[in-house]
Structure formats: structure tokens, C-alpha cells
Design a protein around this ligand. Structure first.
Ligand code: GCO
Length: 443
């Protein structure tokens, strides 16, 4: 059996990218609502997005039609706690309860991410991820969500891609809150990791169904040029080097899974250690799985080449200009499992493609089918070699708000016409349905 029998075939979204209803039923603005002007293509925002807030029942029916086993989505913090902390917005919670009910009724396992980048703006005004109180704010938010949903939700992720919501957002200034402020890396790292650890404690201590707890990382994976042991070790070494700090895997994953950081990482920050011994305990609470978002392999530099790395030389690219490097997903799950010892869940993988509804009323996206096919074959090789892979949630269920790219990049299995909110299953959705039905044996 290539893929395990209970493999979790699914698709993923995030609250800000799909929900819309940004100011309805008591939700207050998040940082993207307020700060996007001047930073996003055409100043697009998530005010309406895919209107998933009102159309989730239809969307769950489409998921059911595709035979999805699981749906990964995130919660909007400011929908649940409009002031970030304090009074709970029951109407906001009600939305998520109804969504979870609809999923369970359709036989689809809900997977919840607590934080996928949409920080309440009111908390940002108090310093956001730079305020040392944010681990406690986050724990309070986690408690409200866990109390409301854990009778039906088993799969939990605390945070999604700190590489992006700290690295791209606080250090590089390309995502909200658009701060180009490298000095924020140390406090943000501390606060994010402590917030994660406190949320893990909340989930473990309060969940009604026995929880599976993880977080979703991303980060540069380097693939060896061949299976020669020296090449493999060279690729592994650079994958787990801290050179890229906020953007690397070990910067976030070593503290969480190993309770330590690479020698020298703290010194790079001008401190003797990132945490006190008690804090190290807090950030490294045991987890059940490694969530990983994988899109592209980083290549090793080639001397004399004008390409940034060998991953680019002649490589096909997606509509994001990302090279298509399916073998990288094999190395990602293998390296991650070998270093951290837990099973791996691919929490995101997918491609942007210039899809549109054609004259025949359908959306033909052979590139996406080929892309997913190749990545799944590489993932299957990892499974066959004994790497425990729990599942694969394609990014994304439907076209949505692609952050700084606005609505101009389409990752979905389902096409969304943003003028009418009409959904159309793309060819890839039907293809994926057949893959799921055969548990990947037809690949
Ligand atoms: C990500 C994000 C998604 C993006 C996707 C495509 O985790 O990077 O989770 O929100 O839309 O990755 O860029």
C-alpha cells in the first residue's frame, strides 16, 4: 500500500483569504483590513473575498462532491474576540460551530489553524507580536476556540508559517503589518514561540476530543543533486542551517521540536540564549505531528550561473514564478521526519495558474493536474520508504485572496468568479476526487 489506508486527503484555506464578511456580526478589523492600502496589487482586500462566511454550506457540499477526507481552515481571531481579549463574540463562534457541524455531517474531518496571519488590529496597536503579553492573549484566544469546537475538532494547529508572518511581515515589510524592521526578529521570535507553547497547553488541557496538536511551518528545503550520501548530507546541512534566520526551518522548528536552537543562533541575535530554562520547556511541549507547507525546493548555487540556484535552471514555473520541483517534497518530509522524529502532514502544497472559465463553461487546468500528480508521486516514494506521512491538504480548496498579490493569483481546485461568487470545479478537482477515491493507487 503506497499511501496509508487512513491517509488524510484534503484541501486548505485560511480565514482572511476566503471568509469576507469583514465587518459583520461583530467582527473587528485585522491588520490586513486596515493596513493593506499601498501594499497589495490594486489595493485588493479581503472584505468580501470568497464570501465563504455566507456560502460555507455550498462550499462544504463541493468538498463532499470531491470526496475530501479533511478540510484545513483557520479561525479569525477578531471574529471571536473583537477586542483581541475579553468579551467573546458568540455570533463569531457560531459561524465556526456551524462550519464544523456541516463538515462533520458531510464526513469531513475538520482541521483548525488558530492563527493564519490575521492579527486583530486592536492588538497590533498595542504592539502585536512585539508585545510580551501576546503569549497570554493568544492563550486566552485559544481557550475560547478550544472550548467551543473541541467536541468535534480533533486536529489543531497553533500557528501557520512564522517564517512569513514574522519574516515577510516584520522583517521584510511585504506582508501586514508591513514593517521593515530587522530588530523585531528577536522579540517576535520569543513571543511567537511562547504563544505557540501556551496554546499547546490550552489544547492539551481543555480539549474534549483527544487532540492531535501541531503547527504548520514552511522554510527553505534544499534537495541534493543525487542520492550520493555526501550530496544528501550537504543538502540536509543547508536545509537546517540558520543562515536565513526567520526564513529557515530550524529557526522555528528546532526550539519547538528539539527544545534548543542551533549553536550560534542566539549569539547572532546578540543574546546568550533565546529563553530561560522554564521558557524552553514552554516552547517545546511535545507535539503529535509536523505540519509543513511545501511549494518549492531551494537549489544550491551553481558557480558561473546567472540563475539564483540550480532549482531554476530550465525549470518549469508556476504563475507565482515558483519553480516546479516535485522531488523536493520527498526530501522535505524525509529530512523533517529524520530530524524531528514525528509523522509529517503536508498542510499546504499547490500551484497558482492563470485559470479561467472557458467557452465550454469548464476550467481546464492540466498544469495543476500534472503538478499535483508529480508532487504526490514524490510523496508516495517517501511513504514507500517508510516515512510516516499522515496526509496532504492541497492549497487551496478554492481561488482566494493571495495576500500581496490580491486576487490575481489562483491556487484553487475550485474556480471563484469574484464578480458573482460563482464556484466552478476545475478539472483538477475532478481528477483529485478520483485520486482520493483510489487512495492514490491510480497515480
Ligand atoms: C502560506 C499561506 C497561504 C498562501 C499560500 C500560497 O501558508 O504561505 O498559508 O496563505 O496563500 O502559501 O502563497
Amino acid at each position: 500500500m503506497p499511501f496509508p489506508k487512513d491517509f488524510l486527503w484534503g484541501a486548505a484555506t485560511a480565514a482572511y483569504q476566503v471568509e469576507g464578511a469583514w465587518d459583520q456580526d461583530g467582527r473587528t478589523p485585522c491588520i490586513w483590513d486596515v493596513l493593506h492600502p499601498g501594499h497589495v496589487r490594486f489595493d485588493d482586500n479581503g472584505f468580501e473575498a470568497c464570501d465563504h462566511y455566507h456560502r460555507f454550506r455550498e462550499d462544504v457540499q463541493l468538498m463532499k462532491q470531491m470526496g475530501l477526507k479533511t478540510y484545513r481552515f483557520s479561525i479569525s481571531w477578531s471574529r471571536v474576540l473583537p477586542q483581541g481579549v475579553g468579551p467573546v463574540n458568540e455570533k463569531g463562534l457560531e459561524f465556526y460551530r456551524s462550519l464544523v457541524d456541516a463538515l462533520v455531517e458531510a464526513g469531513i474531518e475538520p482541521m483548525v489553524t488558530l492563527f493564519h496571519w490575521d492579527l486583530p488590529h486592536c492588538l497590533y496597536e498595542q504592539g502585536g507580536w512585539l508585545n510580551p503579553n501576546i503569549p497570554d492573549w493568544f492563550a486566552e484566544y485559544a481557550r475560547v476556540v478550544v472550548d467551543a469546537l473541541s467536541d468535534k475538532v480533533r486536529w489543531w494547529m497553533t500557528i501557520n508559517e512564522p517564517q512569513c508572518f514574522v519574516g515577510i511581515s516584520y522583517v521584510k515589510g511585504e506582508h501586514a503589518p508591513f514593517l521593515d524592521q530587522p530588530s523585531s526578529l528577536l522579540p517576535a521570535t520569543r513571543n511567537v514561540l511562547l504563544a505557540h507553547g501556551k496554546a499547546v497547553d490550552v489544547i492539551r488541557s481543555r480539549a474534549k476530543l483527544a487532540p492531535k496538536v501541531g503547527f504548520a511551518s514552511t522554510g527553505a528545503v534544499f534537495a541534493p543533486g543525487s542520492r550520493e550520501p555526501e550530496q544528501i548530507e550537504a543538502a540536509r546541512a543547508v536545509t537546517f542551517s540558520n543562515e536565513r534566520q526567520a526564513f529557515s526551518i530550524p529557526w522555528w522548528c528546532d526550539p519547538i521540536y528539539l527544545g534548543r536552537c542551533e549553536p550560534g543562533a542566539a549569539a547572532q541575535m546578540g543574546v546568550t540564549d533565546l529563553f530561560t530554562p522554564e521558557e524552553w520547556e514552554q516552547v517545546s511541549r511535545p507535539l503529535d505531528f509536523i505540519g509543513f507547507n511545501f511549494y518549492q525546493t531551494e537549489g544550491l548555487p551553481v558557480e558561473g550561473s546567472h540563475y539564483p540556484s540550480n532549482a531554476w535552471t530550465g525549470s518549469p514555473i508556476t504563475n507565482m514564478d515558483w519553480p516546479i520541483t516535485p522531488e523536493g517534497i520527498y526530501w522535505a518530509v524525509r529530512f523533517l521526519h529524520e530530524r524531528y522524529g514525528l509523522p509529517v502532514l503536508i498542510t499546504e502544497n499547490g500551484m497558482a495558474n492563470p485559470d479561467f472559465v472557458m467557452l465550454d463553461g469548464q476550467v481546464h487546468d492540466p498544469q495543476r493536474i500534472d503538478y499535483v500528480h508529480r508532487y504526490l508521486l514524490a510523496l508516495r516514494t517517501a511513504c514507500e520508504e517508510g516515512v510516516p506521512v499522515l496526509g496532504y491538504t492541497y492549497w487551496s480548496l478554492m481561488d482566494n485572496y493571495e495576500w500581496a498579490w490580491g486576487y490575481s493569483r489562483r491556487f484553487g481546485l475550485i474556480h471563484v468568479d469574484y464578480r458573482t461568487q460563482q464556484r466552478t470545479l476545475k478539472d483538477s478537482a475532478y481528477w483529485y476526487r478520483d485520486v482520493i477515491a483510489s487512495n492514490g493507487e491510480n497515480l
